[in-house]
Design a protein around this ligand. Structure first.
Ligand SMILES: Nc1ncnc2c1ncn2[C@@H]1O[C@H](COP(=O)(O)OP(=O)(O)OP(=O)(O)O)[C@@H](O)[C@H]1O
Length: 256
């Protein structure tokens, strides 16, 4: 469904993403991890049209989308969430999501946008009543709103950017399960960018690891967690939880 080849992004003389290639298959959840500044957001920004690649190709559903404007990429079926939720505070929860559906689907039909908002809010477990205010939402609620907005654009591919930042452990587990439900129930393919490797490793089918703009490892969570290059990059951060999550992933795969 997505084939990325030789993707490069330079900011002046600095290369933020250096010749990265990968593919994502229909129905897959691909985890994209790497330390701060490794190029994850830059890749997402190129996939969603916020940044044009310096060079390289991004083929989505058989069409080249590299360098297209964000609204054209959304309309072609690539939705995204943002690391820092910035809802319209003067609109209700429902209006925020319906607005995303209205513009995101490119159909400009109010009825369809409202239907999409209802479905998306129910999917993430937020109130579907039309008067609930954004102000009552905490970190976890804002992340859900972000997800509902992306879902309302009817994506075939969802780019989920660091959905777990600011959540406690229970909320993290719930958010991870929600992404898996979105894939299982709606058939949406997902690329999930995350700092926190542990919980991500439990849910994704495959992982790709970036460091200094380059792909240093890719494969099943259990294999990637044991890759010496990945351990080196993550040493002193969450290597232990990652190993534990990979062991859990192996156990589940064995039992499935
Ligand atoms: N607009 C820009 N101009 C110059 N440098 C940039 C720009 N955007 C990103 N960079 C640099 O590119 C590198 C990759 O940044 P990016 O935000 O993609 O990393 P990341 O892996 O998403 O990091 P984080 O986990 O902290 O979000 C960093 O060194 C960053 O400073």
């Amino acid at each position: 469904m997505l084939e990325v080849s030789g993707l490069v992004k330079r900011f002046g003389g600095f290369t933020a993403v250096n010749n990265v290639s990968f593919r994502v298959d229909q129905g897959e959840i691909l985890g994209l991890i790497g330390p701060n500044g490794s190029g994850k957001s830059t890749i997402f920004n190129m996939l969603s049209g916020t940044l044009a690649p310096t060079s390289g190709s991004i083929v989505f559903d058989g069409s080249e989308i590299a360098g297209l404007a964000p609204h054209r990429i959304i309309n072609s079926g690539v939705g995204r969430t943002f690391q820092i939720p910035r809802p319209f505070r003067r609109l209700t929860i429902f209006e925020n999501v319906a607005l995303a559906g209205f513009y995101g689907q490119g159909r400009h039909s109010r009825a369809r946008a409202e239907e999409a908002a209802e479905r998306s809010l129910a999917m993430v477990g937020l109130p579907t009543d039309r008067h609930a205010s954004v102000d009552g939402l905490g970190a976890a609620g804002l992340k859900k709103l972000e997800l509902a907005k992306a879902l309302a654009t009817a994506p075939k591919l969802l780019l989920a950017d660091e959905s777990l930042g600011g959540l406690d452990e229970t909320e993290m587990d719930q958010a991870a399960d929600m992404l898996r439900n979105i894939r299982d129930e709606l058939g949406i393919t997902i690329i999930w960018v995350e700092h926190i490797m542990g919980v991500l490793m439990r849910v994704v089918d495959r992982v790709m690891v970036l460091d200094h703009g380059e792909k240093i490892s890719e494969g099943l969570p259990s294999a990637v967690a044991g890759d010496p290059r990945v351990i080196e990059v993550y040493l002193g951060t969450d290597a232990e939880t990652t190993q534990a999550a990979a062991a859990e992933a192996r156990r589940r795969a064995g039992g499935a």
